[in-house]
Design a binder for this molecule. Structure first.
Ligand code: FES
Length: 580
């Protein structure tokens, strides 16, 4: 940015560094203790590098080098890089769930951007919740913004077999419980699964959200799939650092990328990649921050008939490494565009349309990225269910479900909460068979604060030993993007809010008809209301205090994106001046 005339409007950072007075002195002077030369304060864009690096977030533990590559790109383009840390909510370590702190991290991001002399921002994201958290916070400020994802781990390699993050943990755990493998065999896979830096190598939530970002044009092409340790990931970070400086000059704001059309593209891409159900919640939360209307019905309208093309675990066979080598998301976008399933003019971070970026993208492996006439799943979009058991909706991922269970009637086996499930599921005398429907309550946004990923309840060991591999499971919880099965999630309103789920009892007949979007319990409305009225009498208020209290008091339901009610909407980046 040596030619300042290219800048469309005065730099925001000039409010701090552009003044020849006492305040300007103080803003500049303290920054100078880092050795920043005088000319860096003279009209150069200040680029924030928002870093979720943490050794407690192993998926993002390589971000210091990534940030350095962004920094080099910013400098080369004439900007001034300033790196700042934000809360890093890593999926694997944080208890009870990283989702509990997604909104907290977003607040950290929002206020860090708004309160500081930043003209544009690069978001370094990777592990599941870091992507929506940073996008939500940045969307509330609406500065020029570009996303750089950390990239997936290399394929896990175990005894000559490729093993996928998460997906193989669920599979091998069930195999162990069924007596098919020993505990030692299970444990031996531990080091083999995670053998390089990066995020989960399956199409879990991290990879899904990386694809959502690329589909919405908030990153450069290929951001989603380049492996974390591939040198091209560093080159992309460098290029993103260069590009954000231009975006500031062009005043290309995040809201110009995150349009309703971009979200609809993301919904279709989610179907095509066999993406995580968590995307339903995160996209809603991001859309709300930027003021875009997005509903569960949009998933039905735009996503449901889109075929799943990407043959990756947990829905399919391969891992993210193969996805990148096969052409990555650009190849998927081209296939969707050729089938008229994209809003092609949607603007992207490099200033070109989504279609201009991807219209010529090659595909090198038609088994990894299937053509439309040979999909992995014909109707791969997230299925939205409604009915007297889920008046405000529930979700199911068809590409990871058992087709024969998509229309199923069965008797409920009810768990009042996750602890009750853990205790009861091991009972050899539990009255359950393969046709039963496992129902778990009180794991929603307020019930298990944070809405833990426990919806893919492991099957009863006695049925596993009989060779049962899937059952219908229903809850107000979420499920890991790496998980699979005929699992109905996000039932809203949740049981803790005395939604109908709270009223289900052992033996009630449940009807799931995914093809027609139905989730019903076969009891009368009067009976349902009587049971809920009874629960209302006995329910005690929960008052844990602290952040948990804030969370419970303000978190919205799953169909509303689980954001805090007071964070919805874009408040922009303007902030009152402070006088030293
Ligand atoms: Fe971090 Fe999967 S646990 S991406």
């Amino acid at each position: 940015m040596s030619d300042n005339n290219k800048i469309k409007k005065p730099l925001r950072s000039a409010q701090w560094f552009g003044q020849r007075d006492k305040n300007g002195f103080m803003y500049r002077s303290w920054m100078r203790n880092q050795g920043i030369p005088e000319h860096h304060f003279q009209g150069r864009p200040i680029i924030g590098i928002c870093n979720t690096w943490s050794e407690l977030t192993p998926c993002n533990a390589h971000f210091r080098e990534l940030a350095d590559r962004v920094r080099r790109g910013v400098l080369e383009a004439g900007g001034v890089p300033v790196e700042f840390p934000v809360f890093s909510n890593g999926e694997s370590n944080l208890r009870p769930t990283a989702m509990l702190t997604r909104n907290l991290a977003s607040m950290d991001v929002e206020e860090s951007i708004r309160g500081n002399p930043i003209d544009g921002v690069v978001l370094l994201v990777g592990c599941d919740k870091t992507t929506p958290a940073l996008l939500m916070g940045a969307a509330s400020c609406d500065l020029p913004t570009i996303v750089v994802t950390g990239g997936p781990m290399l394929n896990g390699k175990h005894k000559g077999m490729d093993v996928g993050s998460g997906t193989h943990v669920w599979r091998m755990s069930e195999d162990y419980k069924a007596g098919l493998i020993s505990l030692q065999e299970f444990m031996d896979a531990e080091a083999d699964m995670s053998r390089s830096a990066g995020t989960c190598n399956t199409m879990g939530t991290a990879s899904t959200m990386a694809c959502m970002v690329e589909a919405m044009g908030a990153s450069l092409p290929h951001n989603a799939a380049i492996p974390a340790v591939d040198a091209r990931r560093n080159a992309l970070a460098f290029a993103s650092g260069m590009r954000i400086v231009e975006m500031v000059a062009e005043d290309l704001k995040l809201s110009q990328l995150l349009t309703r059309e971009a979200f609809i593209n993301a919904i279709r891409v989610n179907a095509a990649i066999g993406g995580s159900t968590n995307a339903v919640i995160h996209l809603k939360a991001i859309a709300q921050r930027v003021g875009v209307e997005l509903t569960l019905d949009d998933w039905q309208t735009y996503g449901q008939d889109v075929p799943t093309l990407v043959n990756l675990q947990p829905s399919g066979q391969y891992l993210m490494e193969e996805f990148y080598y096969a052409g990555g998301l650009p190849a998927v976008l081209r296939r969707l565009g050729e089938a008229d399933l994209l809003h092609k003019p949607a603007l992207t971070a490099n200033g070109k349309s989504l279609w201009d970026n991807n219209r010529d993208a090659p595909c090198y492996n038609d088994d990894v990225i299937r053509p439309l006439n040979n999909p992995l799943c014909e109707s791969g979009g997230i299925c939205i269910l409604r009915g007297n058991l889920a008046p405000r909706g529930a979700v199911l991922k068809p590409s990871a479900a058992t087709p024969a269970l998509m229309n199923h009637r069965g008797c409920a086996v009810v768990f009042e909460n996750f602890e009750h499930y853990k205790e009861r599921i091991m009972d050899p005398d539990l009255e359950v068979d393969a046709t039963s429907v496992l129902v778990m309550k009180n794991c929603g946004p307020k019930g298990y604060p944070g809405m833990a990923e426990v919806g893919n309840m492991g099957l009863p060991p006695k049925l596993l030993k009989q060779g049962v591999t899937d059952m219908v499971r229903i809850s107000d919880a979420r499920m890991s993007g790496t998980a699979f099965g005929t699992v109905v999630l996000h039932v809203a309103p949740e049981a803790m809010e005395l939604g109908p789920l709270a009223a289900v009892q052992d033996g009630d007949m449940i009807h799931l008809d995914a093809h027609n979007g139905l989730l019903e319990i076969d009891i009368s409305n009067e009976e349902l209301q009587a049971r809920i009225a009874q629960l209302r009498v006995t329910r005690k208020p929960v008052q844990p205090g602290g952040y948990l209290q804030l969370y419970i008091d303000h978190v919205m339901q799953a169909d509303e994106g689980c954001d805090f009610d007071f964070l919805v909407g874009c408040r922009g980046a303007e902030v009152p001046a402070h006088s030293h």
